[in-house]
Design a protein around this ligand. Sequence first.
Ligand code: FAD
Length: 445
Amino acid sequence: TQELHIVGGGMAGSEAAWQAANAGIRVVLHEMRPKVETFAHQTGNFAEMVCSNSFRSDDDERNAVGQLHWEMGAANGLIMEMARKHRLPAGGALAVDREAFSHSVTEALRGHENISFVEEEVTELPSSGHWIFATGPLTSETLGQAIREASGEERLAFFDAIAPIVYAETIDMSVAWRQSRYDKGETEEERTAYINCPMTKDEYEAFIDALLAADKTEFHEGETAGYFDGCLPIEVMAERGRETLRHGPMKPVGLTNAHDPQTKAYAVVQLRRDNALGTLYNIVGFQTKMRYGAQAAVFRMIPGLKQAKFARLGGIHRNTFINSPTLLDAQMRLKSHPNLRFAGQITGVEGYVESAAMGLLAGRMAAAELQGRELPPPGPDTAMGALVTHITGGAEAKTFQPMNVNFGLFPPIDAKGGRRGRKDRYKAYTDRAKDSFNQWLEGQS
Ligand code: FAD
């Protein structure tokens, strides 16, 4: 029988190993810790939580990450099983005792008869055998360079530069309008690809004041060593001069306010479509290190975004990730080297849960392939399917940045009017997702 090699025993690699081993595949798990360390991990355990001890909301009716918990539980996920076993009281969130959690993931893997272990840093991409690379946001430097060479310079990033993402339906289109700068584009769709929010001088000045005053986070020690390529946060641009943003991402040129063509805006904030569904828009050039608490308040000062709801807030972190929309096929394989799969945060998802979910899928897909079958991904109306569909095709490749699971990734419900309350609508999404996920599981049994 053939072996499956998995590189990285983090959230994704641990889950992938568990799924494949349970399917009867012999797994070799390669992990460099504790021999080689990262700046964030503290132990040699598998599935170490490097920062917060929370898997976020556990509400599987009205929250997309809660729905993802449910799906991982339904698929016998090891990460969810151990998280629930070591749960700590935290309201609606699934918080865990991190030591006990990663210890029991480690024990479960070490006790599995189909899994063996190699303590080493993998430094190149193998040309033969079946492999899953799940080396995470802190992929070792040598391996990162090897992936960069195989994928092309521009297709592996060492930092994310996440601009906030807004649910399109929460943008006030009586204030904002659709237009590309200088009406550029071949088609009507391209000429109206951006949503523009105009600012008066007073609004701009107040916005700059708020940016300068907002609470910011710092890089971790060791995080920027030799990597940071100078992608500036907006608040740093504002610190360089009050006019800098007005001559940068907020420049008002080439745009005419459809609601008030006579008045020239003093500054314009642009939002760009972020997914094929057109449900999500990112604020162009607004990567930031403002704290989450400060971000929503500052961004809601932008005319047209007063009621905005955010699918994801902005950030900048050390984060190794590939341009999955161009590099991976729907089976999470590297198109140029189909013996290699990628899973976890390196595929451009963000967070413990999302990473483990992509490990679950990659592990099952690889196991099926080794057994001579092809396992299709779960439907795009499931949380897991929505996420993998986004990274392997639905996301805009040119501006691809890591993504959390959220309802904006799901095919919309209620397209033809009928305004249900938001809460009812979320329940409709998760009901539909559960049915669809169960069908996907049944197809495998
Ligand atoms: P990891 O869990 O990082 O696992 C990757 C594994 O691969 C590691 O064990 C590493 O040692 C190993 N490895 C790397 N290179 C090699 C190699 N060449 N050979 C062999 N092994 C290798 N997410 C949250 O949800 N909440 C948070 O609060 C949070 N805080 C974070 C703080 C920091 C500083 C960082 C860097 C990330 C944070 N994240 C957080 C993101 C979180 O780390 C990931 O979502 C999750 O751990 C990713 O899972 P993964 O399996 O893809 O990677």
